[in-house]
Design a protein around this ligand. Structure first.
Ligand code: ATP
Length: 324
């Protein structure tokens, strides 16, 4: 199937800095693709180029199979989205803001402002002035602004940042529903759990360059989980057995044991625990395949966790490790 969005050799330089460094990517219709990268990796710059807000120094963007030069609004009529902070008329109501924006939009509105507000859970605040809106409400209003266009490609820069868990979940549901209806969504996020939950594929960039692109399924195959958290009825016995199996086991401040073993070794270990009457109360991956791949491709995960949400880029095992 023809890609909805393709970039070929995209480059953007700011003086000496290459913010986007030869990015080739391709996203198919009816999918959600997550854009991951550490702070300053070049995500927003890339999204701005795709949205036509910024001209690249080299390379091309193709939308729905057609070349889209910078600032070509016709090529972007089926595209909507936002990057970074959102600006509205603070002295106007939410619905009035959307009405004005859709009137200014040459592509014309396809979804009524009231319906777009309903989709993001702001219907009951539609007549309130935006001045009084919280960060999360403005974020949802930004998504509504994009939805008014009924876009076939939706570009979102960290759409759930600043949202409470319930609002974030409703945005995720909305994004997923759009893809199920055949739309394509390309979104940046620092939230790995979110990306694993709603995305079909991911693009990982580091220092402006694409370091990985593929489906979540391929990612899970390529990035097996290296460590598991284990809770047992007899941790001392489990650690003793770990030594006999030559398995590295750490104790975490949470009380869990961190078991470093591949699938085969871990299976044998768990079976032997049971044979020795040590019950496994809980066993779970320490970090998800996505987190593990991200860490491997982009270097020290702890440094990039600055603005992440709690489920974000992990540094957990190191941070809460107490002793061996
Ligand atoms: P974050 O996760 O923190 O939002 P990001 O991946 O979106 O980061 P970008 O905002 O795209 O990163 O920035 C990429 C690099 O380009 C950074 O080093 C940034 O400082 C630089 N940069 C971005 N915009 C400009 C600009 N207008 N002038 C100079 N440098 C810029």
């Amino acid at each position: 199937m023809r890609p909805v969005l393709e970039t070929r050799g995209l480059v953007k330089r700011y003086g000496e800095l290459t913010a986007v460094d030869g990015i080739d990517l391709s996203i198919g219709p009816g999918t959600v693709c997550g854009l991951l990268g550490r702070n300053g990796a070049g995500k927003t710059t890339l999204l701005r180029i795709i949205l036509g807000l910024l001209a690249s120094d080299a390379g091309a963007v193709r939308l729905f199979g057609h070349e889209a030069s910078p600032h070509d609004t016709v090529a972007r009529e089926r595209v909507a989205g936002f990057v970074e902070e959102l600006r509205f008329y603070p002295y106007l109501s939410a619905v009035r803001n959307l009405e004005l924006l859709s009137r200014l939009d040459s592509a014309g509105a396809s979804v009524a402002p009231g319906d777009a507000l309903e989709m993001v859970g702001l219907a009951d605040r539609a007549r309130e002035k935006v001045r009084g809106f919280s960060t999360g409400m403005k974020q949802r209003l930004g998504i509504a602004t994009a939805l008014v266009r009924a876009p076939d490609l939706l570009i979102l820069d960290e759409p759930t940042i600043g949202l409470d868990p319930t609002s974030a979940a409703s945005v995720r549901t909305l994004v997923r529903r759009m893809a199920d209806d055949g739309k394509t969504v390309f979104l940046s996020s620092h939230n790995m759990t979110e990306v694993a939950e709603i995305c079909d594929s991911v693009v990982i960039i580091d220092a402006g360059a694409l370091v990985w692109q593929g489906t979540l399924d391929r990612l899970r195959e390529q990035a097996p989980v290296a460590a598991y958290r284990l809770w047992t009825t007899d941790d001392a016995g489990a650690r003793q057995l770990g030594r006999e199996f030559d398995i590295d086991i750490d104790r975490l401040s949470s009380g869990a044991l961190l078991v470093h073993a591949d699938d085969a070794l871990r299976n044998s270990f768990v079976l032997e625990l049971a044979r020795q009457n040590i019950a496994v109360r809980q066993l779970e991956p320490d970090i998800s395949p996505l987190e593990s791949l991200f860490a491997a491709l982009t270097g020290d995960p702890a440094e990039s966790a600055g603005e992440s949400e709690s489920q974000g880029i992990p540094a957990r095992s190191e941070a809460d490790k107490v002793h061996r």
